[in-house]
Design a protein around this ligand. Structure first.
Ligand SMILES: NC(=O)c1ccc[n+]([C@@H]2O[C@H](COP(=O)([O-])OP(=O)(O)OC[C@H]3O[C@@H](n4cnc5c(N)ncnc54)[C@H](O)[C@@H]3O)[C@@H](O)[C@H]2O)c1
Length: 287
C-alpha cells in the first residue's frame, strides 16, 4: 500500500532545515518548520521571505508559485506544533546522536502512529535512533545535500528495520520535491557521497597539517585538477566546520580509533568559533 504524504514537519531551521522546508513548500506540501533557537528561526523566516521575492524579481518563479509556497510554509514555535499532525518528519538538528535520540523519542510521542520519522543526518544511520521510538519500520535516513534548494541528490537508506512502504513513501516525496533520490539497500557509514567527500577532506587536511600547501592552493588543485566545483576547504566552510568537528568526534566516540579524531586544524577552527560561512569566517573570510 502506498502511503500518501501531504504534511511535512522539518525540525531544525539551520543550514539545512530551512531550505529543505522551502523545497517541500515549493513542491506543494504543507510544511511546518521549527527550531529551538529563536534567532535561527527568525533568520529562516527572513531568508524565506527574501528568497520568494528575489526569485519572482529574477523571473525564476511566478507570483502564483511564490504565493503558494509562502502559504505552504509555516515557521512553528515548537516541535509539538510543527509535528503533531505531520505525515513525515524530517529531522535536521545538530549531528549528535544523544540529542537526536531524545528528539525522536519526543516525536514518537507527539506524532500519529502513521508518521514517518526521517533523519537528514550526514553520517548517523537510523538504526542508532530507531529504538528510541516505538515505530522502527518508519524510521529512516533521508539525506539532502547543501544547499538543499539547489542540490538534486537525496540519499534514502533502507536499514533492515525499515519497511518497503516507508522507503516508497520517502522516495516519492523526494521525487515530488524535484530531487533525484537514490536508494541504499543497507546502512553504511557516510552513505554514498560522504564516503567520497570524507576521503578527499581527510587527504586535504593531512596535506595542510603537513605544511605541503596552503588551503587556497589545495582548493585550487582539487578544482582545476579533479574538476570539482568546490575545493575541500571551501566546501567545509559551506557545510560548517562545527559539523565536521562533531562528525569526527561522533565517529571517534564510536570507534575509539585515534585516526578518527578531528585533525588539529579542525579542532583549532572549531575552538576559535571559526565555523565557516554561517559565522563569517572559516578557512576563508566572508566579512
Ligand atoms: N551542513 C551540511 O552541509 C549538511 C548536509 C547534509 C546533511 N546535514 C545534516 O543535517 C543536520 C543539520 O545540520 P546543519 O548543518 O543544518 O546544522 P545547523 O547547526 O546549521 O542547524 C541545526 C539546527 O538545529 C537546531 N536544533 C538543535 N536541537 C534542536 C531541537 N531539539 N529541536 C529543534 N531544533 C534544534 C539548532 O538550533 C540549529 O539551528 C545534521 O544532522 C547534519 O549532519 C548537514
Amino acid at each position: 500500500m502506498n502511503m500518501e504524504i501531504n504534511k511535512i514537519a522539518v525540525i531544525g531551521a539551520g543550514n539545512m532545515g530551512h531550505q529543505i522546508a522551502m523545497c517541500a513548500a515549493l513542491s506543494g506540501f504543507s510544511v511546518r518548520c521549527t527550531d529551538n533557537n529563536a534567532d535561527i528561526l527568525g533568520k529562516a523566516v527572513q531568508f524565506a521571505d527574501n528568497y520568494w521575492t528575489e526569485r519572482v524579481n529574477k523571473g525564476k518563479l511566478t507570483e502564483e508559485a511564490a504565493k503558494a509556497a509562502r502559504e505552504n510554509l509555516v515557521f512553528a514555535p515548537s516541535v509539538q506544533s510543527a509535528a503533531e499532525d505531520a505525515d513525515l518528519v524530517i529531522e535536521a538538528i545538530i549531528e549528535k546522536l544523544v540529542i537526536k535520540r531524545t528528539l525522536f523519542a519526543e516525536l514518537d510521542k507527539i506524532c500519529p502512529a502513521h508518521t514517518i520519522l526521517a533523519t537528514n543526518s550526514s553520517y548517523i544511520a537510523s538504526s542508532k535512533i530507531t529504538d528510541a521510538t516505538s515505530r522502527p519500520d518508519k524510521v529512516c535516513n533521508m539525506h539532502f545535500f547543501n544547499p538543499a534548494l539547489v542540490m538534486k541528490l537525496v540519499e534514502v537508506v533502507q536499514g533492515s528495520h525499515v519497511s518497503d512502504e516507508t522507503v516508497e513513501a520517502v522516495m516519492t516525496v523526494a521525487t515530488k520535491m524535484n530531487k533525484t533520490p537514490v536508494l541504499l539497500h543497507k546502512e553504511i557509514y557516510g552513505f554514498l557521497v560522504n564516503r567520497f567527500l570524507q576521503a578527499t577532506r581527510q587527504e586535504a587536511l593531512k596535506l595542510l597539517d603537513m605544511g605541503v600547501a596552503s588551503h587556497e592552493d589545495i582548493d585550487l588543485a582539487v578544482k582545476n585538477g579533479l574538476g570539482y566545483p568546490m575545493g575541500p576547504f571551501e566546501l567545509m566552510d559551506l557545510t560548517g566546520i562545527d559539523l565536521a568537528y562533531h562528525t569526527y568526534m561522533e565517529k571517534y566516540k564510536d570507534s575509539g580509533d585515534p585516526a578518527d579524531r578531528p585533525s588539529p586544524t579542525v579542532v583549532e577552527k572549531f575552538t576559535k568559533g571559526e565555523w565557516g560561512k554561517k559565522v563569517g569566517k572559516g578557512f576563508y573570510d566572508y566579512s
